[in-house]
Design a protein around this ligand. Sequence first.
Ligand code: CTP
Length: 400
Amino acid sequence: MDKPRVVLGVSGGIAAYKACELLRRLTESGHDVRVVPTASALRFVGAATWAALSGNPVSTEVWDEVHEVPHVRIGQQADLVVVAPATADTLARAAHGLADDLLTNTLLTARCPVVFAPAMHTEMWEHPATRENVATLRRRGAVVLEPAVGRLTGADTGKGRLPEPAEIFEVCRRVLARGVREPDLAGRHVVVSAGGTREPLDPVRFLGNRSSGKQGYALARTAVARGARVTLIAANTALPDPAGADVVRVETALQLREAVLKAAADADAVVMAAAVADFRPASYATGKIKKKDDQEPEPLALVRNPDILAEMSADRARPGQVIVGFAAETDDVLANGRRKLARKGCDLLVVNEVGEHRTFGAEENEAVVLAADGGETPVPHGPKEALAETVWDLVAARLG
Ligand code: CTP
């Protein structure tokens, strides 16, 4: 089988050096990559680096190798075009259909999926001109990643950082796997909670659970690749931020509730993949709790946490908002799942069987998705991203 052909467009920003790692990941995972830098990208990283890492010729202008008509051929033959970093200027030229160098010609001739990974200063990203260009590109079916928040060139910090290359690679992988299908969650805002809450007892101890956050992160990554604006509410996870998602970090159930309700206010769908503690310690000791040698330990008093999923389902922030819950069950899985779906009032409930060595922290999962309308979709044992795709299929069908 032919290797999938990827065009890596690189535009002129300091993050161009990070595109070397993305290129490396693409080639090492069996893709044939043609790098098309802009002239200003070559001020940051030279053509020799791109040629050596890709094993393919590199040009910025349409005037090289004219007999091969590269300005048409490269785009036509591509299975994916990814532009990383995409500067404000490149986004503008792409949005307006300019064709003044090889990269913009390639973008006009490509009929495959296109991913832009913007990187620029916060002011440029927030400028109405850039906002409109991004909206235009998204409307036309491109996946434009939200930049990450963090250190920018110089001492500045803010939104505008290129997401980590490994995470951009994950988006490319998923977009390639979807083929030429349109990003069906484009224009949608989805909220995903992930991880497990921690309920503090004192400054050093907490009540927690074994959730790794992997399923929630797979849901966030998959939604990004399907074009959604994604807010990921992450409770105590040790995973890298998915490219293109806005990540909000929380610790306790009450913090998770506040963050989810805030993000859900304008969301089309909310997926509660987080393992939320049902109870929290009734009191918090501001100093470390000491043992007393001559006394038995005090029993631990607990109080109920609010049920966020039930609360959101009963009082939807928007009409037609689709709400998805997860249920971890150890026995009588389907019957318990049905009862829980009715009790929580959500539209879909992903039921999986857990145990000491099952699901928690694993790369794979097996589940049944129960629907409030009686539907039942089994998802065979497989990667967590396959379950994520099924969940978004069911959500997309309900969003209409
Ligand atoms: N959930 C929530 N708020 C809580 C507890 C759970 O929003 N306080 C959500 C979880 O994110 C998950 C779903 O509810 O999507 C199911 O959680 P689970 O712990 O399995 O259900 P419980 O209601 O706790 O039922 P039980 O403990 O009886 O199994």
